[in-house]
Design a protein around this ligand. Structure first.
Ligand code: SF4
Length: 332
């Protein structure tokens, strides 16, 4: 038993979901950052078994806005959340090396999404996303369960177009579990994707709302909601392994990619370089409407376009208009 009153035992490196100690929650002390698994708590807080692991419940279960099913916050993997790609047995990455290993092992986008959705490799971001999901909910969403996990890719399992965003929003994807879903940025991108014929409906409010994408997959440079929307360079590098695998698995069918904002642009170029793709030099500058051609290691040309990010900062100020976004999407 450690000083926090938690019994711990060493588990297999990659086979269980990490647990945060309820006593230390919100204090900056995070006990999941090593290879040990909490097995028994003395705190009196409720814990639930998930396969051969234990998932600590940090808040009262609340009903999903669409299905009405009850969920903990953060959502326990494999408990029926609409679109949850993981199961209780999905291996968990806790270090950058494990991210690299699991990303490299993913044989399909579905497998990749499952691994991404339970990743715990960045302690600062894990603490932030789970703090928001429990103690830091926006008041208007206080009656909803929060996903509180990384945002897995969303869309067509064999995409012709890959959209690379920045990172989930704390009360958007971090609440709904789906990329660009449940926030103003999502209102913009899904409406535009609907106008362009890629989305089945113009809105995207919750997982389980019937939204589907055809021909398009949406991912992000960083898959966890960062404080102040600012991931650190280390967090970007760590999460870059997931993006590398996304590009690798999608590449055979891709004709184009859309990077949202300079960070999405830089992350996509960096990933392409790591994969040995031919990237123009000097590094092409991000601008709205920029377009370059990347050549994959399999000699396939894939066009990369840039758009201002669909953030409120850009859409409220008119820096990005619907027409501007539509024009870029029409070129994908
Ligand atoms: Fe894992 Fe990426 Fe989230 Fe870091 S930001 S914990 S690498 S999913």
């Amino acid at each position: 038993m450690d000083s926090a009153g938690v019994h711990r035992s060493v588990g297999p490196e990659l086979d269980s979901y990490g647990i945060r100690d309820g006593h230390s929650f919100g204090t900056g002390t995070d006990l999941e950052a090593d290879a040990a698994d909490v097995r028994v708590h003395d705190s009196g807080e409720r814990t639930e078994p998930v396969g051969d692991t234990i998932w600590q419940v940090t808040s009262e279960p609340l009903p999903h806005p669409v299905t009405g099913d009850l969920f903990d916050s953060p959502v326990t993997p494999g408990t029926g959340w609409p679109g949850d790609p993981a199961t209780a047995r999905t291996p968990v990455a806790r270090t950058v090396k494990q991210v690299e290993t699991l990303a490299g092992r993913a044989g399909s986008l579905a497998e990749l999404d499952a691994s991404v959705s339970v990743c715990r490799a960045c302690p600062r971001l894990v603490l932030w996303r789970e703090t928001v999901a429990t103690e830091g909910k926006r008041a208007s969403f206080a009656d909803q369960p929060y996903w509180g996990r990384p945002g897995p890719g969303f869309g067509d399992p064999e995409p012709a177009v890959l959209i690379v965003g920045l990172a989930p929003a704390a009360n958007g994807t971090n609440r709904t579990g789906r990329m660009f879903t449940g926030d103003r940025s999502g209102d913009w991108i899904y409406a535009a994707l609907y106008r362009a014929g890629y989305a089945s409906q113009p809105t995207s409010s919750h997982s389980g709302d019937g939204q589907t994408l055809t021909g398009v997959r949406i991912v992000a440079a960083v898959r966890c909601a960062p404080p102040a929307n600012k991931p650190t360079p280390t967090e970007r590098d760590t999460c870059g392994h997931w993006l590398d695998r996304d590009l690798t698995l999608a590449a055979p069918g891709l004709r184009s990619m859309l990077a949202l904002g300079a960070i999405g642009w830089d992350a996509t170029l960096a990933s392409a370089r790591r994969l040995g793709w031919d990237v123009p030099r000097p590094k092409p500058r991000f601008t709205h409407g920029a377009e370059i051609t990347l050549i994959t290691s399999g000699d396939r040309p894939i066009r990369l376009l840039g758009s201002y990010h669909v953030s409120q900062q850009n859409t409220f100020t008119g820096k990005l208009t619907e027409t501007m976004l539509d024009e870029v999407l029409a070129r994908l």
